[in-house]
Design a protein around this ligand. Structure first.
Ligand code: PAF
Length: 285
């Protein structure tokens, strides 16, 4: 496995390579990322993992400076799962001047949920991913469903710009107790780590209620269900930003008063702070 730090070395390493598969990451890798690399390997071409903590997607008050940077360990892990090439540019390499050209995703998809609480986040994500696509020119790019909204925004970007890349989704990897794997789990203290699976548990309660209502055709008060889930989290010491039941197709609220996930696939998404750590999760219904 080669590790390169410049766009020139990356292009040189990929010269003549057919159909690379890209796994973009911000490093601090866990089994979820490694599962994405394994998925990328199924594509058959060389697998490139990028490691770049992208300042553009962090608001000034967010954790850009303390985001864990563990390049050496990340490279060992990537090697162990058969990654072929690591692209780990310095900030100066990817952003030699302030990045004033940006990719702005549409508000109905990118200014809701995460975008409402992290203004500019998806512009930062789209801009860096567009740039990584230009550098690597992958025929496949793999993203985790844990960042469900990000996946949808990037799918839309690839489609609307006719990018010659297939966006592939990897399932959310979870710890045995249900906690979705995330680099930010490293911030959790012992007591917080014990509480953290409650986010997924809360989503499961919502899922069960939606499925039960769909079975009987009962009216579903989505807003009440979301409020109840947030109240549960609050009572346990969380500060939820949102728990939202949405259509999987466009992340808008379900139209029917008795939504049937069989005909209108749904997803329940949540973001909540536990102590100083903000966690997100979602569950398809
Ligand atoms: O999901 C992430 O880790 C990041 O948002 C991504 C896609 C690597 C862009 O910086």
């Amino acid at each position: 496995m080669r590790v390169v730090h410049t766009i020139a070395d990356l292009r040189h390493a990929l010269a003549g390579a057919r159909t690379p598969a890209l796994v973009p990451t911000m490093g601090s890798l866990h089994d979820g990322h490694l599962a994405l690399v394994k998925l990328a390997r199924e594509h058959g071409g060389p697998v490139v993992a990028s490691i770049f903590v992208n300042r553009l997607q962090f608001a000034p008050h967010e954790d850009f400076d303390r985001y864990p940077r563990t390049l050496e360990r990340d490279c060992e892990l990537l090697k162990s799962v058969g990654c072929n090439l690591v692209f780990a540019p310095a900030e100066q390499e990817l952003y030699p001047q302030p990045q004033t050209y940006k990719v702005q995703p549409p508000g109905d998809l990118a200014d809701v949920l995460e975008g409402a609480f992290r203004p500019g986040f998806f512009t930062g994500v789209c801009t860096v991913v567009m740039k990584l696509f230009q550098c690597v020119q992958p025929s496949v790019a793999v993203f985790g469903k844990k960042d469900f909204q990000q996946l949808m925004v990037l799918r839309g970007m690839a489609q609307q710009f006719a990018l010659p890349v297939e966006i592939v989704a990897g399932e959310t990897a979870r710890a045995d107790d249900g906690l979705a794997l995330s680099s930010r789990n490293a911030y959790l203290g012992e007591t917080e780590r014990a509480e953290a699976p409650q986010l997924a548990a809360t989503l499961h309660v919502v899922q069960a209620e939606v499925l039960a209502a769909a079975k009987t055709g009962a009216r579903l008060d989505a807003a009440a269900l979301e409020a109840q889930a947030m109240a549960t989290l609050r009572s346990r010491g969380w500060a939820p930003d949102y728990v939202a039941l949405r259509r999987r197709s466009d992340l808008q609220a379900p139209t029917a008063t008795a939504p049937d996930p069989a005909t209108e696939p749904l997803v329940v998404l949540a973001a909540a702070r536990l102590g100083k750590t903000r966690l997100i999760d979602n569950l398809e219904i």
